[in-house]
Design a protein around this ligand. Structure first.
Ligand SMILES: CC(C)(COP(=O)(O)OP(=O)(O)OC[C@H]1O[C@@H](n2cnc3c(N)ncnc32)[C@H](O)[C@@H]1OP(=O)(O)O)[C@@H](O)C(=O)NCCC(=O)NCCS
Length: 342
């Protein structure tokens, strides 16, 4: 059996890699795979200069015919104590030890990249929440749960008047803030504030067992993020809140939708900075991005969002909007290098 990193611009190898992932996702999602499209994986796997780049790996009798595939998400400057991974075994090839073999190779690659902890992310479909094969598999290989997320789907479009009703209900709490919105490129005047919010976002969200630090973001990285998202074939619909007194940007929310396959829109980051919480800004920003979705005329049928089970306030907003549980996402953690005794 071979294990190797594959080049995302090598069409036969990439297509074979993607086919295994797609069959796995179709099994999970009941026929229709709901994960990233090929262009979206490729766009994030070819740019070695990006702050985060996916390394794609195949395992099998030949790299054109893998039985299992995986990815490592390599950050250049951020959170260097761990590396995120995903792995999938072709449904017809399971329980033959291939998942274990591939995981072993990914652990070795993580060690070679100098990352002492591997964090494997896995999504569970609606029919397998808490019961996916990942649970016995990961425990058997010495992993522990680092983070539990629930996936919620919001049927789209919303009933007539629903978003206006929520807006009117929440707006009185936010009298000290202006809400701004845009599609695509962040207005230049907001770039620094937007970069700061993305930098602190990872450290501001709750994690069970993962020491996540703030990231390095500046105006150029925001532009890089916008460019990569565009190359993925996606539009970015963004809303942010500015505190009137200080002029600071204190909250933002990003919704993204594929131009070619707009059926599922994804909620990306939403953050309200600590001492500006409690003003319903999270809900108001989400309503604002949904208005952009509506104005854009996308043929979207649902909006998918993932929240940590610890993130009560965000879950309250999503449930008020009408989102319903549709799956889960678990992060499994294993320390590959024993801490040095002092
Ligand atoms: C989880 C997954 C990677 C396992 O791959 P696999 O090749 O079937 O796993 P292996 O054959 O190496 O299994 C190793 C051990 O894990 C456990 N295991 C794996 N699948 C299991 C299942 N469905 N039920 C119970 N135990 C299971 C068993 O202990 C197994 O050993 P055994 O077969 O000797 O009993 C595969 O089911 C998959 O791709 N699932 C979807 C994606 C995913 O969950 N990825 C993240 C994994 S953390």
């Amino acid at each position: 059996m071979l294990f190797a990193r594959i080049d995302a611009t090598n069409a036969p190898r990439f297509d074979a890699w993607f086919a295994v992932l797609q069959r796995s996702e179709q099994l999970r999602d009941g026929g229709v795979g709901q994960g990233w499209h090929p262009d979206e994986w490729r766009a994030r796997a070819v740019d070695e200069s990006a702050p985060r780049v996916f390394r794609l790996y195949s395992y099998g009798p030949s790299l054109d015919r893998p039985v299992a595939v995986g990815a490592l998400e390599l950050t250049r400057d951020d959170n260097l104590s761990f590396i995120e991974a995903s792995l999938f075994v072709d449904p017809s090839e399971r329980r033959r030890g291939y998942g274990s073999q591939l995981l072993g190779h990914l652990e070795e690659s993580a060690r070679d990249l100098g990352r002492p902890t591997l964090v494997v992310f896995v999504i569970e479909g609606a029919s397998e929440i808490g019961t996916g094969a990942n649970r016995p598999f990961a425990r058997r290989h010495g992993y522990r749960v680092a983070e539990e997320n629930v996936r919620r789907d919001l049927a789209w479009p919303r009933p007539t008047g629903e978003l206006d009703r929520l807006w009117q209900q929440w707006l009185p709490f936010a009298s000290h803030y202006d809400i701004v919105a845009w599609t695509g490129a962040t207005p230049a005047i907001l770039l620094e504030g937007r970069a700061h919010l993305s930098a602190i976002m990872p450290a501001e969200t709750p994690h069970v067992d993962l020491d996540v630090e703030a990231e390095h973001w500046d105006a150029a990285r925001v532009r890089h993020h916008e460019k990569t998202t565009d190359e993925m074939g996606r539009d970015l619909l963004v809303a942010a809140a500015r505190h009137r007194v200080s002029g600071e940007l204190v909250a933002f929310s990003e919704l993204t939708v594929s131009r070619q396959q707009p059926q599922t829109a994804y909620q990306w980051d939403t953050l309200v900075v600590g001492h500006h919480r409690g003003h319903r800004l999270g809900g108001l920003l989400k309503v604002t991005t949904m208005r952009l979705l509506s104005e854009g005329g996308y043929a979207t049928t649902k909006i998918t969002t993932f929240n940590s089970t610890l993130n009560g306030p965000m879950i309250t907003v999503n449930e008020a909007l009408g989102a319903e549980i549709a799956g889960a996402m678990v992060a499994w953690r294993k320390d590959l290098v024993e801490p040095v005794a002092t």
